[in-house]
Design a protein around this ligand. Structure first.
Ligand code: UGA
Length: 431
């Protein structure tokens, strides 16, 4: 099928390239000229493992093109995905201006039937807003709206798209359902969850809120273990083996970050507030997670005897998780800023996120950026592991003289670290 994808940011690009990979003819449209010319010359403006290889493959097969011309793209494609950004407004709600602008533009430019599908994460009720806007802009246009939320994890997006747990489609009529079923025909039909539009929109927010709550839950269990004892790894494994709970997303850490969980839970709270519904559980997840990042810097300070001023700290990892250069809401960035404010000399590193972090931490002259973990650890008083990059799991400790580690990702076995002579502190370790 001929598909137009509006917005060549993270979601739009991954989706567009994957739609092409499963055999569709895709045009990715973006207003940003320089982005489009880069993409046309094979350069991907985001970091996502494996994406470049698939892009090269679908470009060679002539299944994808990149353009700034929406009118031309729309000409032959019945299905149009809106995958533009929904940044967070000051009050925590999702800013829909890009989504609505894209919808309006479709209404102005389309001259045949269109199914307009929202892939951007939008609050419940947005589908109805889009419908109203398009009808008002172009009363004669034959169209329908639909919702098809994405469940792509940064760093694992290709696999999430090509091997999904489920594909959610929210539709208002049979024709829309048929078009979406055809788009996803390569996947087993039992993966399709068909609902109305508002339910599909809610599923996205509910999924992210639930996962965020799951992480906060295990983090609080780790806090309990730190005081009364108990092995958080065993606890996590054992509760996860209960199939009603499930083993994924039970790794304790420095708190969740990224561009999705923090933003989406604020947005669902906003929708609830507007409708006078109290979501007290989700509210407490926000509190729990923001306190956690600060507590992590206190934990680090304790490992240095309560005073970090003048101490040299190697900070391994800046991205909010491994396999991405994204530092939005990254716990590592909050921790670096907290420690820098207290006068520590921080030598930070990350395989992908240094450039982004430099911009974010520019005000701190005592945060220095170095190319790898070994350089960061030279003469360090303490090593802090903040992101679970594979390269940190494979550290050659014979090349590191510092023997004090605070591991916020529980990468190593405590006994082994003790054998290697480390004073090894981790999440859930009794103090
Ligand atoms: C998340 C969801 O996992 C995707 O399904 C969703 O599509 C996406 O948001 C989105 O809304 O677009 P992402 O933000 O890329 O994906 O990252 P996750 O892998 O979910 O991790 C989020 C945060 O939770 C990270 O800071 C990570 O370190 C943390 N985390 C995750 C833990 O602390 N413990 C865990 O066990 C798992």
């Amino acid at each position: 099928m001929k598909i137009t994808v509006i917005g060549s940011g993270y979601v739009g690009l991954v989706s567009g390239i994957c739609f092409a990979k499963i055999g569709h003819e895709v045009v990715c449209v973006d207003k940003d000229n320089s982005k489009i010319s880069k993409l046309n010359s094979g350069v991907i403006p985001i970091y996502e493992p494996g994406l470049k290889e698939v892009l090269d493959e679908v470009v060679a097969a002539k299944k994808i093109s990149f353009s700034t011309n929406l009118k031309a793209a729309l000409q032959n494609s019945p299905a149009v995905f809106i995958a533009v950004g929904t940044p967070q407004d000051e009050d925590g709600s999702a800013d829909l201006s890009y989504v609505l602008a894209a919808a309006k533009e479709i209404a102005e430019l389309a001259d045949s039937y269109k199914l307009i599908i929202t892939k951007s994460t939008v609050p419940a009720g947005t589908g109805a807003k889009i419908k109203k806007l398009i009808s008002a802009t172009s009363p004669d246009l034959d169209f329908a709206v639909a919702s098809n939320p994405e469940f792509l994890r940064e760093g694992a997006a290709l696999d999430d798209f090509l091997n999904p747990d489920r594909i959610v489609i929210g539709v208002e009529d049979k024709k829309s359902q048929q078009i979406l079923a055809e788009i996803y025909a390569k996947f087993p039909t039992e993966k399709l969850v068909v609902s109305d539009i508002i339910t599909a929109e809610l599923i996205k927010y509910a999924s992210n809120s639930f996962l965020a709550a799951k992480i906060s839950f295990i983090n609080e269990m780790a806090d309990l273990c730190e005081i009364i004892g108990g092995d958080i790894k065993k606890l996590s494994k054992a509760i996860g083996l209960d199939s009603r709970i499930g083993e994924k997303f039970l790794n304790p850490g420095p708190g969740f970050g990224g561009s999705c969980f923090p933003k989406d839970i604020m947005a669902i709270l906003n929708v609830a507030k507007e409708n006078k519904v109290e979501l007290s559980l989700i509210n407490s997840v926000i509190t729990s997670n923001s306190q956690r990042k600060i507590r992590m810097s206190e934990k680090i300070s304790q490992a240095l005897g309560g005073e970090v001023r003048g101490k040299k700290i190697a900070l391994l990892g800046l991205a909010f998780k491994a396999n991405t250069d994204d530092i939005r809401y990254s716990p590592a960035i909050v921790i670096a800023a907290e420690l820098a404010k207290k006068g520590a000399e921080i030598f930070a590193t990350d395989p992908e996120a240094i450039e982004n972090s430099k911009r974010e931490l520019v005000e701190f002259k005592n945060v220095h950026f170095v190319s790898d973990a070994y350089k960061a650890s030279t003469d360090a008083d303490l090593i802090v592991i903040a992101t679970e990059w594979q390269t940190y799991r494979e550290l050659d400790f014979s090349k590191i003289s510092c023997r004090k580690i605070v591991d916020l990702r529980n990468l190593f076995e405590a006994e082994k670290m003790a054998e290697l002579g480390f004073e090894y502190s981790f999440i859930g370790k009794k103090n």
